[in-house]
Design a protein around this ligand. Structure first.
Ligand code: MIC
Ligand code: SF4
Length: 755
């Protein structure tokens, strides 16, 4: 079945003329990214050229995707927008709320028991508003989107940072907070600062042990976790076209880890093959009919320096397999240097777990290549030395790899197959003994490896690698093992070498599935009732936030000055807290509990300046709220890196934090703060971070004349009686200032609807 074919036809029908209009106003050949962006202007044909990194532009995305952990908040907001039906095709995917413990069957059953209230809520809201619903067990959002919905040249937004995965099928797919999704579903334009463009030229060809994952691990090492901020990464060259479509998906997926707005590839044969293999021959034919528009103009790839803001070149023939980590996805180490790096840094070399799968790496190709190594365990008289787990990305992949005998091969060597869900990747992993907090090493093919992410243990060092490298390392049980050069001692005491992995781009016998887990919404949802129990601990209807009081904010207290890395996982932890994603008050009890307090190097211990006592961050903030004292949060570089979860913005808003002042923001988090009516500010001079003292009282001056490109002033009143003023910048445009004034963007939509 092809979903939303009419919508795709419509997009393609106007694509050529829109690209033509764009080429005229821009006045030069266009990159693929520009073509897709200009083809999706809210206004229709382009009438002027936009300035990269400067112009705010209204877009009209073709579709919206949401996953269960973020959809709850997105849909609670949408329910307030007063619409009968979503304005663009939208889907909900139940994948984040399934705990991995025993095996797929037992774990899925447990999730159905424990989270039925949330699944039923999502299912009924979807049914009511015309949203496609993918049940628990159907698979991970991005894999299901790639298999069913992504199409070359399309534009989508999704309430998950790895929405960018669909770039593997030539889309511009962008991760956003739920409030953004709510706008688009309500039929409003979606605003984005026109991105800068990074071109990555891939020469040569992947071979042997190297996989698409290594391309993005290498790029992360080059660009770091903030190098892609505000930019779209466009990959091209012979190395790009010679790679599978799902491999391209892997590369785009992990572009979230460099902060990129999204990543994409031009339409090519690999995409056409993938579309056909997943039952979308019609989409492939449609894309073929406009294929010259679904890639950059030839001049661009011939002279990329003239068209991109930055160009990186990687020769795939020489690229080595990498392992990135621990604790950050950009610490890239080629496998040949791992032994030395581990010794130098004191990383434990015994590998406890190898985990493959996740939305990043769970294609048929990935699994088939991992299986080619698993097979060698028996053939070469080896034994798996580490625990080994597989989380398939979708029921279609799972069903197909079972049919093709891969699952039984994994089972034979003692691996565990978890449910088709995020599982360990999002901390939904009941790992035995994790509570002992022992220092240990795991390797996985996921994308994120922040502290505590997978199992809640701050001393687990997680290294990210390709599924094939993870499999080889799990067989060896040793971080020092380099499968390219080293041998292993088998059970008979012989030295054996693993053959390089081989696999299939697509299943030779085609994909198969019995029940993909899709639920079609009612044609007329007006009679569908959505019930939220007022006593529920998991779901809570939203109350509108209060509007700005119209005066400068004076007498604010410092809630926390966060030191170093402060990702959304530090601000609103996942794992066990995921169960409160639909209940703002309950989830607010995790506010910033992972952030390190600059003044005492501890997490979740801050000074209450009214009582002088130290307490947890949420309790201290609740005390300020009760005393009607506004607060401010201060942070370091790339604050809010990682997830799209808007809870990281809604929690401080709900508990009475008024402003977040940092050295720099990650894109999605900054927008989420603005959308919820918070002040997202940056130091004009980064060194001023040092001027903020624990006992300060702080005034924010200039709000009564709040205007784009005009700095605000902060008066810091120190405890010793001295005061000093510093300047802070912001990136609010006119409309975003209105959000601040109204107390949040949703208050404006609500008002328009009521009016
Ligand atoms: C993640 O990978 O961190 C998540 C969990 O998928 C998040 C979304 C969430 O927090 O629900 C993301 O990447 O946006
Ligand atoms: Fe799920 Fe992990 Fe992918 Fe996020 S990164 S969508 S948690 S599998």
């Amino acid at each position: 079945m092809v979903f939303d074919l009419e919508m795709i036809k419509k997009v393609y029908a106007s694509f050529a003329s829109r690209v033509e209009a764009a080429r005229k106003v821009v006045g030069r050949p266009l990159t693929l990214t520009e073509k897709i962006l200009y083809a999706h202007l809210w206004q229709g044909n382009a009438t002027n050229a936009f300035e990269r990194g400067k112009s705010y532009v209204d877009f009209a995305p073709d579709r919206v995707a949401m996953q269960d952990a973020t959809a709850q908040m997105a849909l609670l907001q949408f329910m307030q927008a007063g619409r009968d039906k979503v304005a663009v095709p939208s889907t909900v995917h139940c994948d984040h709320l399934i705990v991995a413990k025993e095996n797929s069957v037992a774990d899925l059953q447990r999730a159905m028991n424990e989270s039925s209230e949330v699944f039923d809520f999502l299912s009924s809201v979807s049914n009511k508003y015309g949203i496609g619903f993918w049940k628990p067990g159907a698979g991970i959002i991005h894999q299901v989107v790639l298999e069913n919905y992504a199409f070359p040249g399309g534009m989508m937004i999704g309430t998950d940072s790895h929405t960018v995965n669909a770039g593997g099928l030539g889309m511009i797919a962008i991760g956003v907070g739920g409030a953004d999704a709510c706008d688009v579903m309500a039929g409003l334009p979606w605003e984005l600062k026109f991105p800068k463009l990074i071109g990555v030229k891939l020469t040569g060809k992947l071979n042997g042990w190297t996989a698409p994952k290594d391309v993005i691990l290498k790029v992360s090492g080059i660009l770091t976790v903030k190098g892609g901020t505000g930019a779209v990464v466009e990959y091209f060259g012979e190395g790009a076209t010679s790679m599978s479509c799902t491999g391209k998906g892997t590369i785009c997926n992990m572009g979230a880890e460099i902060g990129a707005t999204t990543s994409t590839f031009g339409y090519d044969e690999s995409m056409s093959r993938y579309l056909k293999a997943t039952g979308r021959e019609e989409v492939a034919a449609l894309a073929d009919s406009i294929k010259q528009h679904l890639t950059a103009d030839a001049e661009v790839y011939a002279n990329p320096e003239n068209y991109f803001d930055q160009v990186i070149e990687i020769n795939l023939s020489e690229l080595e397999p990498h392992l990135n980590g621990p604790f950050t996805p950009d610490l890239a180490t080629p496998i040949s240097q791992m032994k030395e790096a581990a010794a130098k840094n004191g990383w434990p070399t015994k590998i406890e777990f190898g985990l493959i799968g996740s939305c990043t790496n769970s294609s048929y190709e990935d699994i088939s290549r991992a299986v080619s190594l698993a097979k060698q365990v028996d053939e070469k008289g080896l034994k798996l030395k580490a625990n080994f787990t597989i989380t398939p990305g979708s029921e279609t992949v799972r069903y197909t790899i079972e049919r093709d005998g891969f699952l039984s091969l994994f089972n034979k060597i003692g691996a565990t197959v978890f449910a088709n869900a995020c599982g360990p990747c999002i901390g939904m992993w009941e790992r035995l003994g994790a509570e002992k907090q022992e220092k240990n090493t795991i390797v996985h093919s996921f994308n994120r490896n922040f502290a505590k992410r997978a199992d809640g243990n701050p001393n687990t060092m997680a290294f990210v690698g390709s599924p094939e490298l993870v499999t080889a390392l799990a067989i060896a049980g040793d971080l020092n093992f380099n499968p390219l050069t080293d041998t292993l001692t088998n059970e008979k005491g012989e030295q054996v070498k693993l053959d390089p992995p081989t696999g299939y781009e697509l299943p030779p016998q085609g994909f198969a599935v019995d029940d993909p887990g899709y639920q079609k919404p009612a044609a007329d949802g007006s009679k569908v009732q959505v019930v939220v129990d007022p006593k529920s601990k998991r779901l809570q209807l939203l109350d509108p936030f209060a509007a700005w009081e119209g005066v400068d904010l004076k007498g604010l207290r410092l809630l926390i000055k966060a030191k170093g890395k402060c990702t959304t996982d530090h601000i609103s932890m996942a794992g066990p807290w995921l169960k409160f994603r639909g209940h703002l008050d309950n989830i607010s009890n995790n506010l910033l509990i992972g952030a390190v307090n600059y003044f005492n190097d501890k997490t979740d211990l801050v000074k209450n300046l009214v009582t002088g006592e130290y307490g947890t961050v949420p309790n201290t903030q609740r005390a300020y709220k009760a005393a009607r004292i506004g607060t401010i949060v201060v942070g370091d570089e790339n604050y809010g890196e990682g997830s799209s979860r808007e809870h990281a913005a809604m929690e401080p808003r709900h508990l009475g934090v008024r402003a977040v002042l940092v050295k720099s923001f990650a894109r999605i988090h900054e927008t989420n703060l603005k959308k919820q009516g918070m002040l997202a500010l940056t130091f004009a001079n980064k060194e001023d971070y040092d001027k903020i003292l624990e006992d300060d009282t702080i005034d924010i001056i200039g709000l009564t004349s709040f205007a784009p490109n005009v700095s605000l002033q902060l008066n810091l009143h120190h405890a010793d009686g001295t005061s000093e003023a510093i300047f802070v910048n912001h990136s609010y445009n006119e409309q975003q200032i209105e959000w601040f004034k109204a107390g949040g963007a949703l208050n404006i939509i609500r008002r328009e609807f009521a009016g």
